[in-house]
Write a protein that binds this ligand. Structure first.
Ligand code: CDP
Length: 205
């Protein structure tokens, strides 16, 4: 069975949580494509060379989840040669036997326009920044909320404004606004959508 679930959206919208849950529920492989760009940004040196030589060990490097790594990722992600170097790996993963969930920014638009399910997960910048701030420890964490909000907004601007594969919903994507949904509700909606299109899947299991 070839079956691709494309989950795109801006920073901290809930793509990761939804993607992991959908993959586990339907027994699909999962690729967090943001990690590829984070690893390229963290490697240092020439980003194009880093992208062409990316290894499993690079993806397991420490510190890839920090705000700084997110900013570095979004800077290298605007370089067309970096994106081009990562396309084949993502396409093969998306269309491999057994089915796959990929989350990122351009999965439904560029990497796999033929995906059977396309979801665009979003939420207001304030809600997303608050989630990221809480993940970082909230009041007890190292970053004040306004700083996290500014980083989220800066990354949105860069991701939406770049010429190559800008962040936007595919025309046939279902938009899921999670501003007023908790994680369980968001996951339930995504699963219902996949169940409706996946051959042999039971809805409401
Ligand atoms: O987890 P979060 O949503 O904050 O970020 P991420 O998905 O790990 O992505 C980090 C950065 O990589 C994004 O801000 C994008 O600039 C870039 N990215 C991309 O350009 N295309 C993708 N398919 C995935 C990530």
């Amino acid at each position: 069975m070839i079956f691709t679930v494309a989950i795109d959206g801006p920073a901290a919208a809930g793509k990761g949580t939804i993607s992991r849950a959908v993959a586990a529920r339907f027994g699909l492989a999962h690729l967090d494509t943001g990690l590829l760009y984070r690893a390229v940004g963290a490697k240092g040196g020439d980003p194009v060379t880093a992208a062409r030589g990316l290894s499993e060990a690079d993806l397991a490097a420490e510190g890839l989840r920090t705000l700084e790594a997110g900013q570095a990722a979004s800077r290298v992600a605007a370089i067309p040669e970096v994106r081009a170097a990562l396309v084949d790996y993502q396409r093969r993963f998306a269309r491999a036997e057994g089915g796959a969930v990929l989350d990122g920014r351009d999965i439904g638009t560029v990497i796999c326009p033929e995906a059977e399910v396309k979801l665009f997960v979003t939420a207001s910048a304030e809600v997303r920044a608050r989630r990221r701030w809480l993940e970082l420890g909230g009041e007890a964490g190292p970053r004040p909320y306004p700083e996290v909000l500014a980083e989220v907004e800066e990354r949105d601007r860069r991701d939406m404004g770049r010429a190559d594969a800008p962040l936007r919903p595919a025309e046939d994507a279902v938009v899921l606004d999670t501003s007023d949904l908790d994680a369980d509700e968001a996951v339930a909606r995504a699963c219902a959508l996949v169940a409706a299109r996946l051959p042999g899947a039971e809805a409401g299991r």
